[in-house]
Design a protein. Structure first.
Length: 167
């Protein structure tokens, strides 16, 4: 009986330790994002980049979107549309609405990736369905440049789209 009690106490202690460890790491990640955001607002782009890059590499969609913006306009990093497109796409595929809007812009303009109205339409539609201002307007502008077959393909892609889950 005493051995069973010790096992239960040990199991609870281990559970609490793991819970504390994993919750603590989430808090640190959230803090790192916020510290990066605060640095970005102060125009300390080097610090923002340094804090966001590891988070983005671990799949944090907000950090990925933020890095995409930095590369898109060249804040603290050389302007690089291809790199911006990469980070936007990673976040958009997870369902980040702002990133979806930006991926729509990337495909509409052909910056960092070949111009593709079907994909632009799809990403604008997804962003708009999450309430991103101007997404439906941009989608409608793109739509006027598309054939009926392209339009149907874009709509089908929206219907079948599912966010990717990060590990």
């Amino acid at each position: 009986m005493a051995e069973n009690m010790k096992t239960k106490v040990l199991a609870r202690l281990l559970s609490l330790t793991f819970l504390f460890f994993f919750c603590g790491s989430s808090i640190v990640l959230a803090d790192d994002y916020q510290y990066g955001f605060d640095a970005y607002k102060r125009e300390d782009y080097e610090t923002a980049y340094r804090l966001w890059l590891p988070l983005a590499g671990k799949g944090n969609a907000r950090a990925q979107t933020a890095l995409g913006l930095m590369y898109d306009v060249g804040q603290g990093v050389p302007q690089d549309y291809k790199e911006a497109s990469k980070w936007f796409r990673l976040a958009a595929e997870q369902g980040d609405a702002d990133a979806q809007f930006n991926v729509g812009l990337v495909y509409a303009k052909g910056q960092g990736t070949p111009q593709d109205y079907v994909l632009a339409h799809m990403w604008f539609s997804l962003a708009g369905s999450q309430g991103v201002e101007d997404a439906f307007h941009n989608r409608d502008v793109i739509e006027k440049k598309m054939s009926p077959q392209q339009l149907e393909k874009a709509r089908e892609m929206v219907r079948n789209w599912k966010p990717k889950k990060m590990l």
